[in-house]
Design a protein around this ligand. Sequence first.
Ligand SMILES: *Cc1c(COP(=O)(O)O)cnc(C)c1O
Length: 417
Amino acid sequence: MPAIEESAVSDPTSDKPVSSPASHYIQTVAVQPELDIAPGFDSFSPATHRGSTVVFRNLAELRAYGERSTTYWRYGLHATPTSEALCQHLALLEGASHTLLLPSGLAAISLVYFALLRSGDDVLVPDNVYGPNRDHGEWLARDFGVTVRYYDPMIGSGIASLIQPNTRLIWMESPGSVTMEVPDSEAIVAAAKARGVLTAIDNTWSAGLYFRPFDMGIDISVQALTKYQSGGSDVLMGAVLTRDDALQARLKRTRMLMGWGVSADDCHLVLRSLPSLPVRLAAHDRGAREVAEWLHQRPEVVRVLHPALPDCPGHAHWRRDFSGASGLFAIILHDKYSREQVDAFVEALRLFAIGWSWGGAHSLAVPYHVPTMRPAGSWPPAGWRHAGELVRLYIGLEDTRDLIADLRQALEQQLGG
Ligand SMILES: *Cc1c(COP(=O)(O)O)cnc(C)c1O
């Protein structure tokens, strides 16, 4: 192998000091340029602060910050001015005092479990909970000695009879995933409070705007910011919010020990979408109610599970507790249609994409075979004569006239007659 000629190897240290006030060599200037950026660039957008290392002005500051673990601007993983701006903005919107950001909605759910439960504890979870939350509970039960029990989401004050001395936490989701039952949160919170049990709600459906968990006495709210807060179908992030300082301290410490953080770029994307959140949500609400009411008239559809329609279990709770609805609901098709026929209906839709994560501008459809998702046996609800296949619909920001025309052609083509 021929020796490499000396002159062919570039040596960045061999040149002369570049002309700068300190006359450093080029490699030092590459790392520590003396920049002169005028201060005072005030824009509506909070600055995107990327940073792992936080630079302290002296050792006294470093040591003081190191000892006071609650202090911000300590390490980029824990908080940056960008993540802090997002935390405060989200807390203002949902009426919380504290927000913690997590890499996904599911990580936010995990944080609640790991911060609040220990071996020997018991947790109650609604039978219609977001699927990965359910899987999580089973893992906790198997490997961490936490008992996880699933309750009928329409149980209401009957939850009192399920509370044991070791029950630490009751999860709620309103409305529940896929089947959309709206629980009697007031009754569940009252029963939990009477026994000193913590309550947590997955409040993703209302984006924290139409359901006010902290005013209802719920201790913790979880948001999948991936959905409406991002609004772009391009960010994964979650949040855990609370009004309680002591709970916040436990949640924050666990988040730190887990090493969970979020990128400032992702925070920027969510911050960029928040100003339009209320008007987007109102548009999804309007569109979804229009489509839901149209579907309600169709002979192929036996039930429309939209919290604002009387068909939906818990509709009265929605009327009592919510100030609006969002874009996600479900329909139950007549049980004369097979799974294959319902699949063909979903695949015949042209404007509804097939996909999970809603909250963006695009409409979505997914069929579900519910009986296999409800091991606690709370499906179908008592008194239902027909419970065919379920299709979950997410109404995006397209014109509803086009969405309805699309649904009509797919229903007529695949299920008509
Ligand atoms: C999507 C979703 C989550 C999880 O959010 P990811 O960011 O996708 O992990 C949690 N709860 C509900 C109700 C959701 O719809």
